[in-house]
Design a protein. Structure first.
Length: 647
């Protein structure tokens, strides 16, 4: 009863904790359905594929009181082929006044399809570097979720941008497909002097521009995609912290928090955990990817958060605090999403699944196993609320923002697939594979696709993961297990695993299956059984009589409606049946009382594969290879297993 009481308490705590996590998580995910139409018209723009951007200088004039922007964007680019035009993604709501190249005005056209096409005076040859400066202004439209927004807090105005996945073009001319990162940017924000401006990278200066305005200059020297470039303006109060482990090779770096003054004390208290989380991530993965600049948070008026490089835009609760889960999730993106960015929206789980799992690892690290199990259980419950759905998106799904940012699939199933990879490969191989992935010179500060992650995990572990990725990433559903356990001898038990699948896209999930056997006196022993077929039997040593069985005790794999039952003990039956001779050469004989009738006997090899079946008490074994075998006997008094050797 003590064990049962403890289990009931644990289940109760897990349920309450999981419900709380789910509410917080759903708020985060709903907010991360970023700036895009529900059904996005723009997916890729092949007209921008013939050049590579190396640098942007954004000179922007904004006022948080007005939904308006004017600016000059200078872009350095290299021609990938001979070109006579350069096309930018740019909302039709923005008006272009001039385009210049080295001070000379160039002609341009607007297609009416959110493009700006600049006509070059002469053909620009392959691999030639040049630049263009675009002067523009207008009232940015918001494509569903607020690419460029103004609002207020406690009577004070606030302006912010949020461009994922295709909102950057709403407020500046850019190239926003996932095929080109800008090597570096300078951002100059002109705004009324009483406000504080925020952007990526380090603030280098703030100077008086006259007429009540000031210009704040930020420089970001790491490669960055257009959707992660951001600005914000308000009457922010600044709270500074330090991050990093602080070794000689890896010195401290600043953590800069831009917070609303009216809730500053609460907000400051909530971000106190930030250095501890960032130090934890550095200890597990690699150093913070933007150490020479900063990390930080900027409070803004949209729900949830957005992982803009070096400064996550964050929403506080009604007391002014950020949740630890939100801090952990957006910070995790700095490694997975910002340093290594998904190379297509079909691979978005490489961003969101990782950030979700890193936040779950924070629970494991700071709160312990019970809380970690509760978090995984909450994710599994959500994932299995529907029998279908893959992590990897189809072409059609990659046009739907609600599908891209699916809480159930992109975030939670993505996170749990990472947990299952960790479970399958072991911590050493899993984390070393992720470190190699983050440090890969072809991926770091660039783009990655799902096969890139698979290849690194395979290289580190030596395990072929093709079937795993096919089952869990590219196809749908989850396994349903029926597990039965029998005591067969003092010190041994038989575990039989049957599996079915929730979705026909997967015929069988080859997975390590975690099972816990328990005894009456508080004993327990955990097993991980490599389930490769159904049904499959395993004979395991147990140093106590099994009285209970628990499937998936630590919630390490995705499953639903699985059952684990214990058959009646069979020690008396075991002792009443003899098998001889053992070892056997040509014939194996059974001796049993007249009160027991043999119904069937089955021989299994060491891999658990059935190789022979009969109903006779004299069993020919001359055709068997030399080795150890298991004989399953089904009788009128029950079933038992006997070991024998063929010599």
């Amino acid at each position: 009863m003590k064990n049962l009481s403890l289990l009931l308490v644990l289940i109760s705590c897990t349920s309450v904790f999981g419900q709380s996590l789910n509410r917080e998580f759903e708020d985060l995910v709903n907010a991360e359905k970023k700036s895009a139409h529900k059904r996005m018209a723009l997916i890729t723009n092949p007209n921008t594929y013939d050049y590579d951007i190396t640098y942007h200088r954004l000179r922007l004039s904004v006022n948080p009181l007005d939904q308006f922007i004017s600016g000059e964007v200078t872009t350095k680019y290299i021609a990938k082929e001979n070109i006579n035009t350069v096309t930018f993604d740019m909302s039709d709501a923005l008006e272009v006044s001039t385009v210049k190249q080295r001070g000379v005005n160039l002609t341009f056209t607007r297609s009416g399809n959110n493009e700006l096409t600049v006509n070059l005076p002469v053909v620009q040859n392959t691999n030639v570097l040049d630049s263009l400066s675009i002067n523009y202004s207008g009232v940015p439209t918001s494509s569903g979720f607020g690419a460029f927004s103004v609002g207020n807090h406690n009577g004070s105005p606030v302006l912010w941008t949020l461009s994922e996945p295709f909102g950057a073009m709403e407020w500046w001319p850019c190239k926003q497909d996932l095929n080109d990162k800008v090597n570096s940017i300078d951002v100059y924000i002109t705004t009324p002097t009483e406000y504080t401006a925020v952007s990526n990278g380090l603030e280098l200066s703030k100077i008086d521009a006259g007429n009540g305005n000031s210009v704040t200059h930020f420089h970001h020297g790491y490669a960055i995609p257009a959707y992660l470039i951001a600005i914000a303006v308000s009457n922010y109060q600044i709270h500074n912290q330090q991050g990093g482990l602080g070794t000689v090779a890896s010195p401290f770096f600043p953590i800069v928090n831009y917070i609303y003054p009216e809730t500053a004390s609460t907000n400051i208290a909530s971000v106190a955990v930030t250095p501890d989380i960032i130090n934890f991530y550095e200890s597990v993965f690699v150093p913070y990817p933007f150490r020479s600049e900063k990390y930080g948070h900027c409070q803004f008026g949209w729900g949830g958060g957005m992982e803009h490089t070096t400064v996550s835009f964050m929403t506080a609760d009604n007391t002014g605090a950020y949740s630890r889960g939100l801090i952990a999730h957006e910070m995790g993106h700095q490694w997975f999403g910002d340093k290594v960015t998904c190379g297509s929206w079909k691979d978005i789980w490489l961003n969101e699944g990782f950030a979700t799992y890193l936040a779950s690892m924070v629970i494991e690290h700071f709160d312990g196993d019970v809380a970690f199990i509760a978090d995984k259980n909450a994710m599994i419950t959500s994932i299995t609320s529907n029998t279908s759905g893959a992590i990897y998106l189809t072409d059609a799904e990659a046009t739907d923002v609600n599908r891209i940012f699916s809480s159930r699939l992109t975030y939670k199933k993505g996170a749990m697939v990472l947990n299952m990879l960790r479970f399958k490969l072991g911590d050493t191989n899993f984390f070393q594979g992720l470190r190699n992935y983050l440090n890969d010179t072809d991926l770091a500060y660039g783009y990655a696709l799902t096969p890139d992650l698979q290849s690194h995990l395979e290289a580190t572990s030596g395990i072929n993961l093709t079937e795993f990725f096919n089952d869990w990433v590219y196809n749908q559903g989850y396994p349903i297990y029926t597990i039965s356990v029998s005591n067969i001898t003092p010190g041994g038990a038989r575990i039989t695993i049957n599996q079915s699948q929730s979705n026909a896209s997967v015929s069988f999930f080859e997975m390590p299956v975690p099972i816990r056997l328990t005894g009456d006196n508080g004993q327990q022993q955990d097993y991980v059984l490599n389930n490769t077929l159904s049904p499959q039997q395993f004979i395991v040593p147990v140093p106590f009589q099994v009285t209970g069985v628990i499937f998936n005790p630590k919630k390490d794999i995705i499953s639903k409606n699985s059952s684990a039952t214990l058959s009646a003990p069979s020690f008396e039956l075991e002792s009443s049946i003899a098998v001889y001779p053992n070892p056997a050469t040509t014939l194996l004989n059974l001796e049993m009382p007249n009160s027991i009738e043999l119904k069937n006997c089955t021989i299994f090899n060491a891999l658990g594969q059935k190789i022979y079946e009969c109903q006779s008490k004299s069993i020919p074994v001359d055709g068997l290879s030399v080795g150890m075998y298991t004989l399953e006997l089904t009788t009128t008094k029950g079933r038992i297993l006997k070991k024998f050797i063929k010599k």
